[in-house]
Every structure is written in structure tokens, then in C-alpha cells.
Design a binder for this molecule. Sequence first.
Ligand code: NAP
Length: 523
Amino acid sequence: MPSTPPSTPDSTPAAPQPRLRPGKLCVALQAESPADLLAQAEAALEDSKFLEFRLDSLPKPAAALPRLKEFLAQHRDVTAIATCRRKKFGGNFSGALNSELDLLLKAAQAGCQIADLEVESAEEAKLAQLAKFRSALREAGCAFLVSFHDFSRTRGLDQAADRIEAFSPDFVKVVSTARSLADNLAVLRLIENHSLSSHVIGIAMGEEGIVTRVLGPRAGAAFTFASSSGGAETAPGQVTARTLRNLYHVEHIDQATRIFGVAGNPIAHSLSPLMQNTAFRRQVVNAVLLPLKTRTLADLLTLALELPLSGVAVTMPLKQEVLPHLANMDPLTARIGACNTLRTGADGKLYGFNTDVAGIVRPLEKRLRIKGARIAVLGAGGAARAAVFGLVEQGAEVFIVNRTHETAVKLARQAKAKSLKREQFAKAHFDVLINTTPCGMAGSKPSLPIEERELNAGLVFDLVYNPLETPLLKLAKSRGIPVISGVEMFVQQGARQFEIWTGKPAPEAEMQRVVELALRTRG
Ligand code: NAP
């Protein structure tokens, strides 16, 4: 039977709050052996001096304590949290409550400055048992953190915080699981509401919960958790300390920081966060762009309006779905019927733009006069629409060739372009050939969108950018035909987004450099 905490939870006089200055970023560590745990701790110090030791990840947690003591004695600037969550509360420790309390106390005596006890264990403990534990912790100079975890959803957070606060701990930690972007709002609200009276940590686990991981400290959270490296996450959705620090600049985010997102599903591999956050930094713009895994447009719109977001880069299929929700859009975006960029106006309404057009037009106008140029577009999908409408507007003579000829005919009619059957295309010559089909993408078949003998153009532009050098670009180069890579489109559409969002010129060369480097590193 769980013990209800008394109104004054601890009858001994309240000790002064432990004087901790742990920093905003706690790196959570787990390992299969004490040696590995401490080796990881040593490596993590490069990123943060604030570490959580998940003792429950070890088969024999007690065996790690002598080494932990040695480590903390050697690194007196380190703040350490000890956690030994039991199996039935989502951890790995198979011992009973007594053993958990004993381990946490020994960890405190070994030098850990914060002991994390899950609220279920605190409630299970007898009052006297808990009071004795807390007083021993205090003697060891260790703060008391009580945590709540919901591994399936985000619901009833205030009740969870109330359960924890009934114990008057030094830190209140509420962790839920985000199933939507809107769940982030509930966690941030909880942090805001409780941070005046408690040292609170609020996190929504899962990919959708990234907003809480990055913006929690801004909302008033005492700190946020990070992993030591990719693959070493102790909780779903955890981001590496390096990413939080170097990509999202989490320690520099303040109330004035404007929040942007790139929305879609999947979105984890998007290069927009790298590109735009690099650009913000380079141009000294106080802003951050986050990857927003979006299952429904309604969910994205809730976050955009309530957080609020200053702008969003949207991917398929949201580009079309979002149109009815815009207060206004430029005429070309309306004609294309797709919007890839949202900006929130001073009136709180959403305004739409299509920067894919700039992504195609800008690289071309650097190389030739578009007006009057004969341009063949392979494909008639979303990217082709931006290319065809944008180039017709610039005065080009545009020819569309598509696997499904009727779609090419339809698009040509809408955009005042021409459609060509494959045999007509094969006999003609063009100033530019643009591939907007996925052919050439890593793993796609066929890898070439045309027959080798059909290549008859003065310049080849492949929108595919993974791999950096597609089979089509290779073929063109082998014939001495100049080429434009899809990376240039990606960077130029992003540069235009940056200009719309910030009113500043985009650092294009730097954006291109980091995107190319990331693509090369990914291989
Ligand atoms: P989409 O709307 O699905 O359109 C794909 C088009 O390609 C359709 O016309 C389709 O023909 C055609 N197609 C698909 N598979 C084909 C095949 N095996 N052989 C011949 N034609 C084929 O896609 P999207 O949004 O336009 O994107 C297309 C590509 O553009 C993507 O792969 C992406 O890499 C690239 N892209 C790049 C950027 C950038 O920033 N660089 C931006 C956007 C898109 P049917 O009509 O017959 O189905």
C-alpha cells in the first residue's frame, strides 16, 4: 500500500538547498560494465561536466561504486546524478526498494550530488524509511530528485508533478512520451507553471518531443538530458550533447530566440537544421530551427500557432495541404498550388511562399539567360511543378516529358508549357535538361532517367542530390556537358527561406559547404 506523504514530508529541519551549479546539459550514461561506464564518463567530459550514471544499466550496479568514487574524486568539477530505476518502473534494476535506496545512498557517499528516485518508489517507501534515506542523503551532501515517467503518452502531467511535489524534493522531474508535436506544449506549460516554485525538469520522449529537449531550459527547466553519442541514447528521442550544443546552441537560447522548424515525416535525416542553424549563426541571427516530425497538418498548425513558431519549412505532402490555412500567399505559389515555406506574420497569421522556384531559377540564371531558353523537364510531379511554373514565368520555352504522358499534358496546359512524347524528346536538342524524377537517387531503379543516346542538352541540372554525383551528372560530365547538382537547388531554396525569415542575405557558400560535407560524410 503506497504511503501518502505527510503535509510536512520530512520532520527533520529543512536543510539548505544543495548548492549545485550543474549547467544546462546533463549527459546520461549507461553501460554493460563499470569499466565501460567510467570510460564513457571520461569521454563525455569533453561535452559536459554534468553526468547521469544509470546504475541500473549494469548487471551488478554496486560493483561500479568504488570506480565511480575514484572518478568523482579525480573530477571535482563534475556534477553527478545517480539513478537506479527498478524494472517495474521502466528501468533495469531487478532489486527491491531497499536495495535501490541502499545503492542510491552509497552512490551519494561515493560523491554523486543528486540521487534520482522514481515517484512510485518514493510512494512505496514507508515514511520513516524515506525520512531516514533523505537525511542520510543530506548528510552526504546529495540532493533528492523525484522522477515520473510515462512511457506511452503525455497526459496528466500536473497530477504527476503534484505527486512528486508532495515529497518536497530538491528537483522535480516529469518525463512523458510525445505522440504529437502538441504534446511538447503540455510539457513546456508544465515547466513554466512549476519552475517558480521548484527546480523542474520536463521532457517528452520520442522523436516528436525534440522541442522539449531543446526549449525546456528556456521555459524554466533546471536542465535537459542528452546522450553521449549517437546510438548511446538512454531514452527514446534523446539527442547527443554535441548536437544540442553545436547544432541547436541550447545554452544560448533565450526568450528572444525565434523558433523555426522543418516539418515532415520522416524528417530525422533532413539537412535543413544543419543548413539553417549554420546560417543563423553565421549571420548572428538569434534563432533555431528544429526537425518536427509531423503526422498531421493540424498538429503542426497547433504547434506553429501556440509555441509560436516564426516559420516552417514544409515537405510533402504538407506543401499542398497547408494552402487553405494561409492568410495569404504570393501569386506564383498559388498557381503552383504548393507552398514549402511558412512565415508567421506580426498578426499571428501564416503566410506562404514557394522557394523551390528560387532553388531552380537561381542556379540557372547564374549560368545562362533563361528568357527564350529551351528547357526540357523530366517528370511532372511536385518538384517539376515548381520548375515548370517558375521557368515559364522567367520566359523560358519549357518542354515536359513524363513517364505518364497524360500528367505531362495536364501540367503543360496549366503552366502554358509544352508536353513531349519520349520519341519527340529523343530527337530534339535543349539548352537545359532538368531531371525532376527520383531516378538516380541512391538505390533507385532505373538509375538514369533517360537512355544514354537521348542526352542532347547544353547544361544538365539533376534535382536529385543523394548521391552528390548522380549517374546522369556523371554521364553529362563524361560528354563535357556542364552540370548543376541538386545540392545547389537545396541550398538555394533554403537561402531564399532564410531571406524570407530573417530579412538578411543568406550565407550561401557556407550553407553549401556544410550540406556537401554532411552528404560526403554520410556516404
Ligand atoms: P513526385 O511528386 O513523386 O514526382 C515524381 C515524378 O517522377 C513523377 O512525374 C513520376 O512520374 C516520375 N517518376 C517516378 N519514378 C520514375 C521512374 N522510375 N521512371 C521515370 N519517371 C519516374 O516527386 P517530387 O516531389 O517531384 O520529387 C522528385 C525528386 O526531386 C525527388 O527524388 C527529390 O530527390 C528531388 N527533389 C530535390 C529537391 C532539391 O532541393 N534538390 C527538392 C525537391 C525534390 P509519374 O507521373 O509517371 O508517376
